[in-house]
Ligand binder design. Structure first.
Ligand SMILES: CC(C)(COP(=O)(O)OP(=O)(O)OC[C@H]1O[C@@H](n2cnc3c(N)ncnc32)[C@H](O)[C@@H]1OP(=O)(O)O)[C@@H](O)C(=O)NCCC(=O)NCCS
Length: 148
């Protein structure tokens, strides 16, 4: 049986080991500390959400305010064995609640066609498509936003 616990922090450094481990499991790509550090020094209001099953990290969501009103939900995912159990929905709802409490008005997030489950989930959770950008290697990057 699962015993899920959410640990939320405004200082992602305190959860660095779990973040790195989760990112690498979810995306099968190495965590790049340099990219994180660049963002970390540019933006100062962060929310780092980690979901644990007992002491095993199983899901994460990481984002920051990029202006007074707008929170950018930057990265997130659930490890394969724990997908389909409603964990991503819990993290989204908790993120929305926190951003609203902080006085935020909009949550914005970006995704790619290869993450279709995330795009479906964004639409189901009331996010609208508000733009498209060109990602690396010309891959379209779809922008979603939700007014809180
Ligand atoms: C996308 C992801 C975060 C969803 O996490 P999850 O905990 O499995 O999602 P939930 O169980 O909370 O599901 C919520 C909704 O998402 C959608 N969804 C999730 N997995 C899905 C799937 N395999 N197929 C279709 N829809 C799916 C459903 O609409 C579901 O709603 P429902 O419960 O009413 O059916 C997870 O699959 C993941 O980490 N994927 C790989 C990484 C990724 O895509 N990250 C985002 C990059 S932008």
């Amino acid at each position: 049986m699962n015993e899920l616990t959410a640990v939320y922090s405004q200082e992602p450094e305190t959860q660095m080991q779990a973040l790195k481990e989760l990112y690498e499991k979810v995306f099968d790509t190495r965590w790049d500390q340099r990219i994180f550090q660049e963002k970390r020094v540019t933006f100062d209001r962060w929310l780092c959400q980690i979901m644990y099953n007992y002491d095993q990290p199983v899901a994460f969501k990481l984002g920051y305010f990029f202006d007074k009103d707008t929170f950018r939900s930057w990265q997130g995912g659930v490890i394969p064995e724990f997908q389909g159990q409603g964990i991503a929905k819990i993290l989204i709802r908790d993120q929305e609640r926190w951003v609203r409490e902080q006085g935020g008005k909009i949550i914005q997030t970006r995704s790619f066609n290869r993450f279709k489950n995330m795009m479906i989930l964004n639409l189901k959770m009331g996010y609208d498509i508000t733009g498209s950008l060109e990602g690396e290697a010309g891959e379209p990057k779809i922008e979603f936003s939700k007014q809180l």
